[in-house]
Write a protein that binds this ligand. Structure first.
Ligand code: SF4
Ligand code: SF4
Ligand code: SF4
Ligand code: FES
Length: 352
């Protein structure tokens, strides 16, 4: 790939010609703030927070949509750039509730992060503010459009990742907002509750409802794992607080799925804490289940399988396994059938 020489903040570097200024800066460790830009979504150029100064160009350029060219001289934190970013944040804050103290996104909010970075505590503008009712209509997603900064990430995620096109902008000017068809609550829309919109939202406008009140994001220990629900094998982070599972968050480094998940992977974890789950093996004695130790249960199964093999031959046994298990578990199942039971009678629900 052809390279060009550019200078960013006084540092001369060679970068690939097809990069945007934002990506080129990232490669040399310069973080340009962004609100509408998302690695996994199409470019939008909506928020303008990523503006930078390019020598010889009359206006500030949006770094996320401007490609590098030979000899470009770029300043990412010049006084004009900082003033523009402060003005944009000031405008966003002019219609924002600023209830960071109780907001679920406190500490994990891009708006908060950039206001801290550029020293904005409140807006200098006065005027009307929105007072939307929150959409609490479903068990999965809590929507507070008062915290929406109109970055359009959720709209693009729903269209480009999920393919559901459930949300879009409606109205114009001050009344513009993200809404479902006919502005219905999510529960009455065609939403599949995959939560991919929530995963990309940079503010507290969209929240995983089952995680609300269960801990600040920085308090959660994140453990990367594989989804147990189907054979796609999506990866995500289990969020653990005080030894208890409190939610699932996308892991952007998941090779299989990026941040995309379906409703089962993202929201189907509550069974883990269900008090009705079996925690010890049960063995039926005299027609009734009785609690048993693992040693007892495993030795009973081994004895019974041995008896069946002895009496009826290895082919009396067949093993059925599931796409809900990992590859390793499925491997062990067929290995057990072949090496221990001596049969090739193995099958799998995903075969057909
Ligand atoms: S969305 Fe961000 S800035 Fe807004 S209240 Fe929540 S934490 Fe604060
Ligand atoms: S939960 Fe999924 S389907 Fe529903 S709006 Fe968000 S991305 Fe679209
Ligand atoms: S709901 Fe979130 S992702 Fe969607 S436009 Fe508003 S701030 Fe952006
Ligand atoms: S991040 Fe570039 S315009 Fe929003």
């Amino acid at each position: 790939m052809k390279e060009v020489t550019i200078t960013i903040n006084g540092k001369e570097v060679q970068v690939q010609v097809d990069l945007t200024i934002l990506k080129a800066a990232e490669q040399i460790g310069i973080d340009i703030p962004r609100l509408c830009y998302d690695e996994e979504l199409s470019l939008s150029g909506a928020c303008r927070l990523c503006v930078v100064e390019v020598e010889g160009r009359p206006n500030l350029q949006a770094a996320c949509v401007t490609q590098v060219t030979e000899g470009m001289v770029i300043h990412t934190e010049s006084p004009a750039v900082v003033a523009a970013r402060r003005a944009i944040l000031d405008l966003l804050l002019s219609d924002h509730p600023l209830d960071c103290l109780t907001c679920e996104k406190n500490g994990d909010c891009k708006l908060q992060e950039y206001c801290y970075r550029y020293g904005l505590k409140e807006s200098s503008f006065v005027g009307e503010r929105h007072h939307y009712l929150v959409d609490d209509s479903n068990p999965f997603i809590y929507r507070d459009m008062n915290k929406c900064i109109q970055c359009e990430r959720c709209v693009r995620a729903c269209a480009e990742i999920t393919g559901q096109d459930n949300i879009s902008f409606i109205n114009r000017g001050f009344s513009r907002k993200v809404a479902t068809y006919a502005d219905k609550p999510f529960a009455d829309s065609i939403c599949t509750f995959c939560g991919n919109c929530v995963a990309v939202c940079p503010t507290g406008a969209l929240i995983e409802k089952p995680m609300m009140g269960k801990g600040r994001r920085w308090e959660l220990k994140r453990v990367k794992t594989t989804c147990p629900f189907c054979g796609t094998g999506c990866n995500f982070d289990l969020c653990v607080k005080d030894g208890k599972l409190v939610g699932v968050l996308s892991n952007p480094n998941s090779v299989v799925n990026g941040r995309a998940l379906c409703i089962k992977g993202r929201f189907g974890w509550d069974y883990v804490n269900n008090e009705e789950r079996l925690t010890t093996p049960l063995i039926k004695k005299n027609g009734k289940f009785a609690e048993a130790s693992w040693d007892e249960a495993i030795s009973l199964i081994a004895t019974r399988l041995g008896e069946i093999k002895e009496k009826y031959g290895p082919n009396a046994f067949g093993a059925l396994s599931s796409a809900r298990c990992t590859n390793e578990e499925n491997y062990l199942m067929q290995k057990f059938a072949r090496a221990v039971m001596g049969t090739n009678n193995v099958d799998h629900c995903a075969r057909t």
